[in-house]
Design a protein around this ligand. Sequence first.
Ligand code: SAM
Length: 230
Amino acid sequence: MSYSVSPIGFVRSCFKEKFAIPRQPQLAPAARGVLELLPPFDQGEAVQGLEQVSHVWLLFLFHQALEDKPRLKVRPPRLGGNQSMGVFATRATHRPNGIGQSVVKLEKVEAGKLWLSGIDLLDGTPVLDIKPYVPYADAVSGAFNRMADGAPQLIGVAWSDAALAQAMDHGQRLEQPLRELVEQCLAQDPRPAYQQPEPSRVYGTQLWDVQVRWHYPTPAQICVLEVVPA
Ligand code: SAM
């Protein structure tokens, strides 16, 4: 038996590649995007009432991780990438039907467009449905997850003078909190846990239309080297 679903819209996101996207929503409040709704959902009626809601659940497709062969076990980065776990015990992107879910902040609503923050979604992510967050039912008191009981430990993010000036300039041009976005995303330490970074190794990712490059002067510290047009 099979069913087909179709997107109700696509996310235009600050994240242009997977590397350095936080592993869950809410970890980088400066991560912003716009959900552009497709007809017929681009009509005002479809979003009427959402102005009374602070957060929404997005159900979406991990469109850049879809696979034909289902995996039963995965190696979540949260466990260091070297321990495998049943796929249903994790939020891994490689999963049956490739469906993701994120609670994100609703900043502004207009017909056809939802402005979002705190997202963990790649640019171009197809969204299947939107549901309002319902605090009394969705925030479960006493709930636990022994594998992921708290937000990831943060590491320090320092800037070269040049990189900070570049981030401020580009942030102003983009009208986006770019400095905060870089700091919040890099503090999550995007490198794979098994990688011991040499200080000479330069990492990079694209946020909005700029390329951010950084290195690890020590394994517990990031220094942003430059923020330049991508
Ligand atoms: N909050 C969601 C969930 O629990 O289903 C996503 C969790 S998943 C661990 C988060 C990662 O998904 C991000 O770090 C990013 O690299 C990846 N990701 C985001 N959007 C994606 C997309 N459209 N296709 C593939 N991977 C994506």
